[in-house]
Design a protein. Sequence first.
Length: 473
Amino acid sequence: MSGLFGVISKSDCSEFLIYGTDYHTHMGSEYGGLAVLDKDFSRYIHKMSNANFRDRFFENIKELKITKGIGCISDLDEQPIYIKSNLGDFCIVTTGRIENIKELSENLMGTGVCFTEFSKDYVNMTEVIARIVASSSSIVEGIKKVFQKIKGSCSLLILSREGLYVARDYHGRTSLILGKNQDSIAVCSETCSFTNLGYKTIRDLNPGEIILINQDEIKTLYEGEKKKKICAFLWIYTGFPASDYEGINSEIVRERCGKALAKRDKDIKADFVAGVPDSGIAHAIGYAMASKLPFRRALVKYTPTYGRSYTPPSQFLRDLTAKMKLVPIKEIVNGNSLVILEDSIVRGTQLKNFTVEKLWNCGAKEIHVRPACPPLMFPCLYCNATRTNSELVTRRAIKEIEGKEIENIDKYLDYTTPQYAKMIEWIRKDLNITSLKYQTLEDMIEAIGLPEQDLCTFCWNGKGCKGCGNETV
Ligand code: SF4
């Protein structure tokens, strides 16, 4: 996943652009990038692991008078991409995931298009999108062509001489929200970037909507679709607590998730509730509110250095980050029974090796783990949250139980079946914990507060949607 920020202003907007982009740092860990338009286009990309990219950007653009710009925090490819084309020159940033990227790029190469940017995952997704747009009769037609051709999801910002084009993914899986302050109009993936910069939210874009922003005008070029499939994981884990999507705050949803778990856990006997930092904390607060058990911090994160653990590109780095970032507090854990709230369990290895083991080593008496969402059963096809079946602890459990990999896992999706119970017991033993109880899909959806048909729940039930290359419903 990546985070996008764009701004058009009547006066210099360098600070809005840099801080606005910086507030998306939790969305990716590879590159920070900006493109600005003064007399000409300039773009700057920094590896986030190397330096404080915010200071570097200030250094990059201090001589320029910036009234238009786009920024991106990317978890995979270098962006923005700048291209000259029949439609004029433009810069583009994207977020999403495209399943058929290889096929699309090979089709373009067959027509003589060359690619200049490189990616660990074959070709740079943003460059492929830029080339598709540039091969059309207008930028709007180009964006519509992107929506027709891709399998997966893509939201984008295009900085051109006419203004800032903004397009939200055709199914609305990734967020794009419009805001306004005294001097400027901005668009972001995460509304936590608006608050301290004085932006008031205007509205979320519709799925598939395309707009053009100028200094004092927002023009709708394509109204978009009524049907949506917004990523439910935004509220559970990937989004920032201070961000709202569709007007629903992420921290509040997490509290509701914790409360729902506690309501199904009436007989639990424990000394206190704790969360795995950061996103498990709000779930734990909700659980504590509903269960009346005290909330305590059994684990703290060394925040000056460590960000999220799933975003580093290699498993080695992910594990190292997970191992180092959480520090248990022995004086709190020793001799106590704990309920531990976690946003989700993907592989389970980090929870087992770097959380549970540390708590046992500190003298925990019992460890009851409560993930805030149901078991993750399918890898994300739309935004890179999880990438393959083999990464999922649920699939490892099923393989062990069945003695082989099986295609049809329907019986493991329903929490009332014996197969589901067996899978949970296998995971519990593997994690070496006292008890394990997951959230139900119904409770998670109710905690979010949108109708089920408006949410993407593919991770949990494998239900995709038409046009996503995954037409299981
Ligand atoms: S598959 Fe999961 S992570 Fe991916 S968009 Fe859907 S809900 Fe979000």
